[in-house]
Design a protein around this ligand. Structure first.
Ligand SMILES: Nc1ncnc2c1ncn2[C@@H]1O[C@H](COP(=O)(O)OP(=O)(O)OP(=O)(O)O)[C@@H](O)[C@H]1O
Ligand SMILES: [Mg+2]
Length: 279
């Protein structure tokens, strides 16, 4: 598997503004790598991920997946959103089977695969439940199982855990590390949380805002599985945070009243637990 982001720019033209959200992004991803895209709100992380997925078209540049230009969505690029996007009228197992059904996979094979991946996310006993009977964390696990059934080499995730409480988030971060290890997928994971990026990523790509560019890349060489509360992780997170702080301030200055300053509102940096959560 090879994935190349080749000179991607995206310009949005709306009534009030005409802006380059992404400006000449160049990246390449290796087979089995876990990449985190990190940046302040509005820098274009979701836009870039959507372009990689084929959900959105770039203004210029191209995405090459296994040397072929990505022009549309497809089963070779599994996607997971912030909200689980499940069908409330379908049982868990039918939700997991849905993508395969659309792809025309036989009933038997669908069932076998759905059960395999429901087991991987430890939800076998809820296979006949409906979505409203599940917690937020369980819904995201169903959504992950559904994404895994595509057997794609590439898994794209847009802040999949950001709406969850911190305990559930930690459990899912650990599960994801294990599943990634077992399935050897290439994962592109969008987050605005520094600790999460350092916990999960082989590489963390820090983006700048207005326009969205690659500011810096960090190679994270901490041993796995990584633990959220480890001293090493906090140390590396602090290094990455230094780089990001400038970008967060830039965005905040554009959005807040002129008497606002990051020092006066020191909510971001006073504990390792909430590091980055306010970005
Ligand atoms: N369809 C659209 N039309 C106009 N502007 C858009 C559109 N989609 C995104 N934008 C703008 O592009 C910029 C980047 O948006 P994007 O959602 O990619 O950012 P993000 O980094 O994912 O932010 P967040 O962390 O808040 O999710 C924003 O300023 C947004 O207003
Ligand atoms: Mg986003």
């Amino acid at each position: 598997m090879s994935l190349v982001v080749d000179g991607i720019s995206k310009r949005f033209v709306t009534k009030n503004k005409d802006t380059f959200t992404l400006d000449n992004i160049n990246l390449s991803f290796k087979q089995g790598e876990f990449i985190c895209l990190l940046g302040p709100s509005g820098c274009g992380k979701s836009t870039l991920l959507n372009i990689i997925a084929g959900l959105e078209k770039p203004t210029s540049g191209k995405i090459l997946l296994n040397d072929k230009e990505v022009k549309e969505v497809g089963p070779d690029k599994a996607f997971m959103f912030q909200e689980a996007a499940l069908f409330p009228w379908l049982k868990v197992i039918d939700n997991v089977e849905f993508g395969m059904k659309m792809a025309g996979i036989s009933k038997e094979e669908r069932r076998e695969k759905a059960l395999k991946y429901l087991k991987m996310v430890h939800l076998t006993k809820f296979q006949n439940s409906f979505v409203h009977e599940l917690s937020g964390g369980m819904r995201q696990r169903v959504s992950l199982a559904r994404a895994l059934t595509l057997d794609s080499e590439l898994l794209l995730m847009d802040e999949p855990f950001s709406a969850l409480d911190s305990q559930t988030k930690s459990i899912l971060q650990l599960e994801l590390q294990k599943i990634w290890w077992e399935t050897k997928k290439t994962v592109v994971f969008v987050t605005h949380n520094v600790e999460e990026a350092v916990l999960l990523g082989d590489r963390v790509i820090v983006m700048s805002a207005n326009p969205g560019r690659v500011k810096r890349e960090f190679k994270i060489q901490l041993a796995r599985p990584r633990e959220a509360q480890s001293v090493d992780l906090a140390y590396v997170s602090a290094q990455v945070m230094k780089d990001l702080k400038e970008e967060v301030e830039k965005v905040a200055k554009a959005e807040y009243d002129s008497d606002w300053s990051i020092e006066k509102n020191n909510v971001l940096y006073n504990s390792t637990n909430n590091m980055g959560d306010g970005l």
